[in-house]
Every structure is written in C-alpha cells, then in structure tokens.
Design a protein. Sequence first.
Length: 202
Amino acid sequence: MKTLLGTKIGMTQLFAEDGTVTPVTVIQAGPCVVTQKKTVEGDGYAAVQIAFGDVKAKRLNKPLLGHLKKAGVGPKKHLLEVRGEHDLAVGDHVDVSVFSAGDTVKVIGTSKGKGFQGVVKRHGFGGGPASHGARFHRAPGSIGASADPSRVYPGSRLPGHMGSVRVTQPGLTVVAADAERNLLLVKGAVPGSKGSLVIIKG
C-alpha cells in the first residue's frame, strides 16, 4: 500500500555534483499504524484504516479512544481510510520505505488561507490604468448592468474567500526516502503551510 499521512516540514534545495539545484519539499511521513481492516464480506467493500500523529488522550472523545484501544493503538490525531485489497493486518506499520527515489506520487493538502481577496489577486484580473486620473484600478468592472441582464449571473468571478481548500498536486517525483528519520523528499512544492497535514499517494 503506497499511501501515507505526514506533516509538511518545509522546503530546501539539493545540489548535484554538476551544480544543478533541485528544490524539494521535506515531509515527515509516517509511520502510520493500521487500526481497522474492512472486508467485502463484512462491510461491503475492502479497505484499511491508518492512523498518524500522537496526541494526548484528553484531546479525543471516548468512542474514538475505544476504537483505537480495540486495535491496540495509543491515541492518534488523524485517521484515513484507504480503499482496496491490502495485505495488512491491524497493528501493522507503514512507513516511507514503501516509496523509493524516482516514484511518482500525488500529494493532497489544504492550501494556505488568504482571507477575503479581490478579483485581481483571486482570479488574476488585469485591472484598469494605475494613473492619469483613472477611477478604475482593481475593481471587477460591470457585473450585471441595469437593463440587460439586470442581474448577476451565478458563477461569476467575484471577490471572496481565497485559499484554505483541499488541493491535490499530482505528478510529483520522490527524490529521496529516509526510512530512519521517516523523511520523504519530494521535488517541487506541495499544498499547505508548514506543519500542515498532507496525504501522499503512490
């Protein structure tokens, strides 16, 4: 199973012998422990549930603590269900050794929140003249007119909340996997801020 939960640490650079620079994102990936296994016979579909991130017991409610205790696992912060048939049993651990340099992965995370933004920043509008007495700079322009259509069409690109949404970045290449320190180095940038939760899928 090539799926892991991890924490984005930040970005750095790797230098090759010929001097070329490769920007990489460092992810603290796993180890994840299997807390539940679902079967087609018992649940109608096949899947395994993995847990990641130690947390104090008082941070979890009693049903979740009981669920983890039944699996013989201590308090964990994040749970993820991975569909499909897998040769794993409850209590097994999954770490970065499932990945190797050269693998192509996709990373899922929550993008950085930008708050309320205008159309220039949010949608890339060009805006109007910056000087010479213009009174039209970063406004969206006409959005409904008066006679026709005399309303704003649904789905119009307007100012609003930007960021803080689930983003999937596919086609990323694994540069290195350090099983001893549970570190995964992925070429390029991945969604989210430092310390945020990410999902790595092979």
